[in-house]
Design a protein around this ligand. Sequence first.
Ligand code: NI
Length: 394
Amino acid sequence: MPRLSQEVLAVADQVVAWRRHLHAHPELGFQEHETAKYVTQALREIGGLEISHPTKTSVLARLRGGGPGRVIALRADMDALPVTEETGLPFASQVPGVMHACGHDGHTAILLGAARVLSSRRQELGGEIRFIFQHSEELAPGGAQELVAAGVMDGVEMVAGQHLRSLLEVGQVALSSGPVQASADEFRIGIRGDGGHAAYPHMTVDPIAIGAELVSALQQVVSRNTDPFEALVLSVTMFHAGTAENVIPPTAELVGTVRAFRSELRSETEARMERIIRGVTQAHGADYSFEYQYGYLPVVNDERLTGIVRGALEQSLGQDALTIAAPTMGAEDFSAYQQKAPGVFFYVGAGNREKGLIHQHHHGLFAIDEDCLAIGVQAMVATADALLAVGISQ
Ligand code: NI
């Protein structure tokens, strides 16, 4: 396990207490009112910070160092999920059907811990650190783009964020340059046929049969139209139609997601999908509607900053703690900040196979090894120190 510094050990118990309170009181995206109040109160107690609320349920804390220097931002997300907690932990969710099942309670507590450590030595720091406590990462259109629009990134030169990961053992930190999380787009297909009696299918245009063909045909976009060396996911995740066993309905609706790393591939996929939808529906005499909504951009780590942060993390946590983060087709609106400034997003191990902490994020049994919290604080502090020193110490 990584060795923790004195300044991190001094806040470790507090970080666990913050995290447990947040865990017991989860709130969904855009509804983080009590969470924002709690975070604001904790930041006030830390002291030395200028606190504001760029949106209704987000919190921004600015720490101005004793001298001039870089302006950097550190980000945590604060929202929970519509998942029923099944862990039975003493600090389990007190809100039925809502749970911190992705670890954002941990992210928030870690960033508070980092704020406390860095604020305690603000006189020696040069520049400015913005601690962004973001609302709604899980719920599109996401809080990040609202915060960017509200100006939290204005003047920021570099940005960093982290995510706990239960499938990574506690003590490990994963980091890679380049694309690490995919874009996430949403599509909605309407098929308008002609309904009627199920016993007389020849007098109808059956949108269910057409929809089934469409689900299969759309698989060709990935398997036949896209370079096998390119990552692309196209999943139909909803198929709605019908009201009775003896009625062919007039319409059907298909909904799904497209994940990719390259932006041109997204528009190419949209065009290929439309061609297939048009062809299949026309072949059977049906009409269609097609909406393709562009969502979160891919998270792409800046190569230079990744090298700098990797060096800092190796020095702080030990070389053995660092591992490579394989890209995933999951999505994160941290990418919105990276449109304004180069950034780094890394993963902090939170799982522990020996203790049975092996459940995936978004699962009712999702749980973290709380030792990851202090490690997360140390990683965030080391990242902040390294970014503040960019171009100054090197
Ligand atoms: Ni998450």
